[in-house]
Design a protein around this ligand. Structure first.
Ligand SMILES: *[C@@H]1O[C@H](CO)[C@@H](O)[C@H](O)[C@H]1NC(C)=O
Length: 117
């Protein structure tokens, strides 16, 4: 049985899930980050070092941060940093590093239009 509070909550959840999907698909490289998370900082440094300028969303600076984090973990199975390249989920630091190590990160970034050289 739904009470009005639960309904409000579900529609917020749906709105946030749609927003996350739109943001993830809206730029060549997107990082959902937290300003206080050192792994998020390391992810930015890694991508900047390759020459990529990702779109960074600091989830903790958003009033819907709890909802966004819940959506990210349920839809991607990851906690921040969560990276999307070309609208596709890559994952967190370990995944990005494995793509980098096996040489598929740069081609992926080029295909997404995030790198030209
Ligand atoms: C590179 O690593 C990623 C992440 O583990 C994996 O999904 C992908 O299939 C690998 N590609 C190759 C060519 O090994």
């Amino acid at each position: 049985m739904q009470n009005p509070a639960t309904e409000r909550y579900s529609s917020l959840e749906t709105a946030v899930a749609e927003w996350v999907a739109r943001v993830a698909a809206g730029s060549a490289v997107v990082i959902f980050s937290k300003s206080t998370c050192s792994m998020c900082h390391a992810m930015k440094v890694l991508l900047y070092g390759i020459g990529v300028h990702p779109r960074v969303y600091e989830v903790d600076e958003d009033p819907r941060s709890e909802e966004i984090e819940r959506t990210l973990s349920s839809s991607t199975g990851n906690v921040v940093p969560v990276v999307f390249i070309g609208g596709k989920l890559v994952g967190s630091m370990d995944r990005v590093i494995s793509f980098h190590i096996n040489g598929t990160l740069v081609p992926l970034l080029k295909n997404a239009g995030a790198l030209w050289l």
